[in-house]
Design a binder for this molecule. Structure first.
Ligand code: ADP
Ligand code: MG
Length: 682
């Protein structure tokens, strides 16, 4: 038996390891098992090269838990270690200025482990004593037992051992008893070791006999040594890919849309399979993440630093031996290979989408609803992706037809170019609520896109910046003639005076006066008498701010226009009725107004070139007195019109019909409308 000191400059690294690495302590099992797997694979290589002549036999790595003795043992039939190798690989850990370093990186366990190759020493996070019993494959090697109890002091002795290979025995400390539970070990194996390339056995397979659980003599193998991504694409069928998908995500029942098999040799090694899941219209919660492996050992499922944000919507695995097991955030953010991986994957994803689009457009269109959000997200977040995706990104219209950007432009360019040469893309966000507007646009021969996706508000803004001389306008943002302003202008059948009289009449019947402006448009006589529109600009501001939660515009009330069609027969009739019923009263006020207005204008005229301080106080007082009179009289006029309006059932009926077209008439008001309608029919 020999004693020695582990080669560290700091007196005692183990308390440090325990203290700072405790939070992620479950990686110890991954570290032990991946060492065992490495050793096994090395022996296999030696055997096939003829450097190891004995029979290889069973190479299964075995994990066992002895609850009574509080140990976990990991046994392998790998190449083993000689006494000298233990000294070299285990005892001499280069650990200069450890405390300083650990202090600096204490929040980043992986940096610490990765930096010092502390894989093996992670065992001390859960053990108060660790033993290595190992026999090297070399011919005359003596088996040795190494033991260390958490001090830099270790013991090493020669022992008898038949088989080549290594047993690592962890004596679990009292704080880590949870790891002596079978369930806990199963959980860790399932997390980290599911796809290791060498068979890992944990206990024996269980069977049911006479209603009782019994152990069989078959090993309980916990891993799939040849996961799909390690195979060649030619060996795999669609079903195989789907089967693997469900193996990865047992809780998802739907098959993925399609997959991308990654296989890169240069400038870095990378394999993997990415899947397009059914995203639908929701990017909020992403529970099933892409998993990152290093030589089939699970590293992490936080891949945010490896793939661009939008690709985290995908599922699947990425395996790169160039990414160290103990990968740290800072490593990922700074490593140039990782950056290349990121842009490579982006390119592959775009290529694959393009390939499917070209090969089977019908299929692509069928899957568009699921792809749309993903592609839009990619375009919005990644300039390069826009360049790659712009030829297969689709716009879907209200009739479910799909077009590429170029195709769509060609379709609308003749009929939807306005008088200034801008291309106007019309869109709807809710086909039922905006139905009458959509129909109106269609009668004009316009095409209407359906932009009802979660990101469409942003996407529309983005496309407007990308497309030249183009803008997007929602169908209900204006009367149809004004959606795409053309040269010809309709005449109005109402005079300006009639319009001014009609405004208070309509206002008097609005329930929500603050929200509406009454405006007049010279529409076609066959269009609706009254419609409700919402300004594109204001609505978009509100939409955007609601999404950004910056609540500035979000707090603004909605803003609608009640648009009166000056050419509709009913409106003309109402105007005539207003004149007939009110003119005699109004005229009286108008006559009163004439001299007041005259005087007012005269005074204003006299003073118009003077500065404020040069105007005489008397003049000023007079002007405001006259103005007050004018306001007063106008108010009286308005009241007359208002009172008239309150009795006019047709006006109310027309407003309600417009509200109904926009799906805005609800509850009691709807009920009143129905009653009024019956009255009007009687
Ligand atoms: P790494 O695996 O990154 O080299 P570790 O601390 O995990 O670092 O292991 C240090 C070294 O100890 C390994 O490189 C290997 O030479 C040796 N080793 C550890 N476990 C085993 C094992 N089960 N069989 C053979 N050698 C081992
Ligand atoms: Mg290791």
């Amino acid at each position: 038996m020999q004693k020695g000191k582990i080669g560290v400059t700091t007196e005692n690294i183990f308390p440090v390891i325990k203290k700072f690495l405790y939070s992620d302590n479950d990686i110890f099992l991954r570290e032990m098992i991946s060492n065992a797997v490495d050793a096994t694979q090395k022996l296999k290589v030696l055997a096939s090269a003829g450097d190891y002549k004995a029979e290889l036999g069973d190479t299964t790595v075995r994990v066992s838990v002895d609850k009574k003795n509080k140990t976990i043992t990991i046994s392998d039939h790998g190449l083993g270690m000689t006494k000298e190798e233990i000294d070299k690989y285990i005892n001499q850990i280069a650990f200069s200025s450890a405390e300083e370093f650990i202090e600096k990186y204490k929040d980043d366990v992986n940096t610490i482990i990765g930096r010092f190759g502390l894989g093996f020493y992670s065992s001390f996070m859960v053990s108060d004593k660790v033993e290595i019993i190992t026999k090297s494959y070399l011919n005359d090697a003596k088996a040795v037992r190494w033991e260390c109890d958490g001090n830099p002091d270790f013991f090493i002795e020669e022992i008898e051992k038949d088989k080549v290979g290594t047993d690592i025995i962890l004596h679990i400390d009292d704080d880590s008893k949870e790891f002596l539970e079978e369930n806990k070990i199963n959980e860790l194996l399932n997390k980290y070791c599911k796809f290791l390339p060498v068979e890992i056995a944990f206990g024996k397979k269980k069977d049911y006999k006479d209603g009782k659980e019994v152990e069989t003599d078959k090993d309980n193998i916990i891993n799939d040594t040849k996961p799909a991504w390690t195979k060649k694409p030619a060996e795999l069928k669609e079903e195989d890919y789907n089967k693997f998908y469900h193996q990865l995500y047992p809780l998802i029942f739907e098959d993925p849309l399609f997959n991308i098999h990654l296989n890169v040799d240069y400038p870095f090694h990378l394999t993997g399979i990415l899947y397009f899941p059914h995203i639908k219209n929701n990017i909020d919660i992403q529970k099933n993440k892409i998993q990152l492996y290093s030589n089939q050992v699970f590293v992490t499922d936080s891949v945010e630093d490896i793939v661009p944000d939008f690709l985290t919507l995908l599922h699947g695995v990425i395996d790169s031996p160039d990414i160290p097991l103990n990968v740290s955030r800072s490593f990922l953010q700074n490593d140039s290979n990782v950056k290349k991986i990121s842009s490579h994957i982006t390119k592959k994803v775009a290529d694959r989408l393009n390939e499917i689009f070209k090969k089977d457009r019908t299929e692509f269109e069928k899957k568009w609803n699921d792809l749309k959000l993903f592609i839009e997200y990619g375009i919005l977040s990644n300039e390069k992706f826009y360049e790659r995706a712009k030829d297969f990104t689709l716009l879907k219209n209200i009739d479910n037809k799909c077009f590429t950007f170029d195709e769509y432009k060609n379709i609308i360019k003749d009929n939807q170019t306005d008088k200034d040469g801008n291309l106007v893309y019309l869109y709807a966000t809710k086909s039922d609520e905006q139905f009458s507007f959509i129909e109106n646009a269609k009668t004009k021969g316009y095409d209407v896109l359906l932009m009802d996706g979660q990101l469409d508000v942003h996407f529309i803004n983005y496309l407007e910046q990308k497309f030249e001389k183009s803008h997007f306008v929602r169908v209900d943002s204006d009367v149809v003639d004004k959606l795409i302003p053309k040269e010809q202008v309709n005449e109005s059948k109402l005079t300006v005076e009639q319009q001014n009289k009609m405004r208070p009449v309509f206002r008097s019947r609005l329930n929500n006066k603050e929200v509406f402006s009454v405006i007049f448009e010279n529409m076609d006589e066959n269009e609706a008498p009254v419609i409700i529109t919402q300004s594109e600009f204001m609505r978009r501001m509100k939409d955007m701010s609601a999404m950004n939660q910056m609540n500035f515009y979000g707090n603004l009330p909605d803003n609608y226009n009640l648009v009166v069609n000056t050419n509709h027969r009913l409106i003309v009739k109402i105007a005539e009725d207003i004149d007939k019923k009110n003119d005699s009263k109004l005229n009286k006020f108008d006559e009163e107004l004439i001299p007041i207005k005259e005087e007012h204008t005269k005074l204003e005229e006299q003073n118009k070139d003077k500065k404020d301080e040069e105007i005489k106080q008397v003049d000023n007082d007079k002007i405001s007195e006259l103005q007050n009179k004018i306001d007063e009289i106008n108010k009286n006029k308005e009241e007359i019109l208002s009172n008239y309006g309150k009795k006019n059932k047709i006006v109310k009926q027309l407003i309600d019909l417009a509200l109904i077209s926009n799906n805005m008439l609800k509850g009691e008001n709807m009920n009143l409308f129905v009653k009024r309608s019956v009255d009007l029919i009687k």
